[in-house]
Design a protein around this ligand. Structure first.
Ligand SMILES: *Cc1c(COP(=O)(O)O)cnc(C)c1O
Length: 402
């Protein structure tokens, strides 16, 4: 270890070679447009819940095909508000995948519900429909699949189980901007879904932000009230009409106008960014195919309803690898940043210990947590950096420097 940086040292150690995430180059190019839009916020003088947020909601609805897009402060609050707006009652069961970001299940608890875990499909990493069917209990009211990494869950199969069992379907589509299935954007296959604009997401703000997508006017209306202290009534940006009466106890989950301005500027690049991510992902797959020790590369499962149209968006490039933790150390020593998505399956998280699960309950989720590794993937990444990452991985498994 280097005493100065705390990183493993070695002759080829370069801590800056390939960061796990960076958007410095993107921001350099986009800065004039961001500056113009942010200046409009200063001119309007409203920094929260104002006209830029209202304009952003229109743009997001147009881009996703949602009837309503409701801007909020984060993907996590979007999930919690969506479950409440869809009528989740205290103690009711919400079926969630055992493998996801922790917020998928904590939002259920924050909304008053009880998470009921379901094992995953090992190829898509999303909730498996057969496992869902056998996990349904008398308390189950909702099913909340998450679309992870690069493709959506099998919504036709999950939707069929949900309607057979009388469950309301909502989606954790926090990672899903741009993903589609059967011609519909992620989040629009049930009662509603969410998006996260956390900086490292496919469409990232300069801080936290999120949204709910829904075609249901009642759900949209309740979320509009709940995000703003429970106040029904005035439209966004219309401050003269703000009601001082509170109809239901609500939250403060409003969105900042500066984030709306940044997102509106970044949206102009979304299609190009998605294309760039796909090219980089294809380059990884080409270079990593056949490397011993790598036991799974991402695969896009074709859906009959999609008629050959690509519906994937590479938010994360996730591999499964033997001896993963030592591979991470090796890559760190070569200046390559990686992240383990997700290191602890949800049923083994200490915050859900009261649900009484033990190791072995969801073997596919546990296997993914033990083997999965996300490699750097973002529009700023250069092809020679992909080569460097792949060379370092090959070197680890073959023992040969390249
Ligand atoms: C990012 C993410 C969230 C939470 O979004 P925030 O905006 O960070 O609150 C929820 N679920 C999944 C699957 C995510 O990837």
């Amino acid at each position: 270890m280097s005493e100065v940086t705390g990183r493993p040292s070695g002759p080829r150690s370069d801590p800056e070679a390939v960061p796990f995430f960076s958007q410095a180059a993107t921001f350099k190019v986009l800065w004039p447009l961001i500056e113009e839009r942010v200046n409009e916020v200063f001119a309007a003088g409203k920094f929260s819940h104002g006209r830029q947020v209202a304009a952003w909601e229109q743009e997001l609805a147009a881009c996703t095909g949602a009837r309503f897009a409701v801007g909020v402060n984060s993907g996590t609050d979007a999930l919690m508000l969506l479950l409440r707006a869809c009528g989740l009652q205290r103690g009711e069961g919400v079926l969630v995948p055992a493998y996801s970001f922790v917020a998928t299940a904590s939002a259920v608890v924050l909304a008053g519900g009880r998470p009921e875990f379901v094992d995953i499909d090992p190829v898509t990493y999303a909730m498996d429909a057969a496992c869902l069917e056998s996990a349904v209990t008398h308390a189950s009211r909702f099913v909340l699949p998450a679309h992870l990494f690069h493709q959506m869950a099998d919504m036709a199969a999950l939707g069929a189980v949900a309607s057979r069992c009388g469950l309301t379907l909502v989606e954790d589509s926090a990672e899903g901007i741009g993903m589609r299935q059967n011609g519909r954007h992620a989040g629009l296959h049930g009662k509603g879904g969410v998006l996260s604009f956390f900086p490292s997401k496919t469409l990232g703000a300069l801080g936290d932000a999120g949204a709910v997508l829904t075609d249901d006017p009642e759900v949209a209306g309740i979320i509009r009230a709940l995000r703003h202290h429970g106040r029904l009534g005035p439209t966004l940006g219309d401050f003269s009409a703000i009601s001082t009466e509170t109809d239901v106890p609500g939250f403060n989950s409003k969105m900042d106008d500066i984030q709306a301005a940044v997102l509106s500027a970044k949206l102009t690049r979304l299609d190009a960014d998605i294309e760039r991510r796909a090219e980089l992902a294809a380059a990884y797959t080409e270079r990593l195919r056949g490397v011993p020790g790598i036991t799974r590369l991402p695969r896009v499962v074709p859906r009959p309803t999609d008629a050959g149209v690509s519906t994937a968006v590479f938010y994360v490039y996730l591999i499964e690898a033997d001896d993963r933790d030592r591979l991470v150390e090796h890559l760190t020593g070569r200046g390559v940043g990686t992240e383990v998505y997700y290191p602890t399956p949800l049923h083994l998280q200490p915050c859900f210990a009261d649900l009484g699960h033990t190791r072995g309950d969801f073997p596919r989720a546990e296997a993914a947590s033990a083997r999965a590794l996300a490699l750097p993937l973002y529009p700023d990444l250069e092809p020679h950096q992909v080569d460097l990452v792949c060379d370092a991985i090959r070197e680890f498994y073959t023992g040969k420097p390249t």
